[in-house]
Design a protein around this ligand. Sequence first.
Ligand code: ACO
Length: 324
Amino acid sequence: MTIRAVVKGVGHYLPARTVPNSEFEGKVETSDEWIRARTGIERRHFAAEGETTSDLGAAAARAALADAGLEADALDAIIVATSTPDLTFPSVATMVQAKIGMTRGFAFDVQAVCAGYVYALANANALILSGQARRVLVIGAETFSRILDFTDRSTCVLFGDGAGAVVLEAVGGTGTTEDRGILSTDLNSDGSYRDLLYVDGGVSTSGTAGHLRMQGNQVFRHAVEKLAETAHTALAKVGLDGGDVDWIVPHQANIRIIEGTAKRMQVPMERVVVTVQDHGNTSAASIPLALSVGKERGQIKEGDLLVTEAIGGGLAWGSVVLRW
Ligand code: ACO
């Protein structure tokens, strides 16, 4: 029997405050029209003062547990993908563990910036396939509003805050691609691209949290090429291609990247879950948010074949193929 990491529940949380593009007009030299045309973003959510990444993650976790019909102590592990932790340590994952009342198991963070959720899913899958955990809660949670330079129009209009979560459970399968659960993963990084996308502060350098810096057009070029390539690789590992995909659930950075990647994969936009207009780029939270919203909208249904793909600072990128 083949063990598979199968989705048992999904949920998300968005902070109450919605920030339309028009709020940036007058603060920096930009316009709603430019932001919509160049990125597809119309609005994003920003966390309230005092609302932290672990608060967002815990709210998404509760929603995913409710959807799965499980109590927190039914979990063996929590993985949180984030680049915007509450504190340098302890991990956001252990803070979420306490907040949701989980008194057993283990919890840790994964940091691969916007690719973080794909990395976290791959880690959770490995824990489940190796028998180290039976149920893993995989959360993506971010408060990117806290590391934005609100005088830099080329970055401050792009990002938002939010969290999404999925409960994965070990289930016996047949070993074919008809099984529900994670079917394949593909992870990549190339540290020589550090300067394209980074934060200009940190514990062992400035001693501050720093601000996000990005050469957007350079990242854009890498994104379309590398995202299509990693999605193809993950699908090919299990003998599938774009024609088999019911839904691409991409990292939501820019509608033009999403469209370019779908085109290269020969998947029509009707089979792509798009939330970037409402959430902006929520980094590691964007994929689980899109999974949860996609299910809520009635797009993603049990048995559908999904491919998720993401790229971010590092550069780090990757993809996961799963049957919902
Ligand atoms: N409003 C108005 N004009 C702007 C704005 C703005 N908010 N931002 C930039 N511009 C200007 C630039 O200054 C430039 O002006 P110039 O021609 O006078 O120099 C012009 O618009 C074009 O700038 P580009 O950067 O070439 O614009 P581009 O079409 O590439 O769009 C964007 C910029 C939206 C950032 C795009 O490059 C992008 O989405 N990049 C990828 C982002 C991404 O995917 N990041 C990865 C994940 S994030 C993570 O890991 C944390």
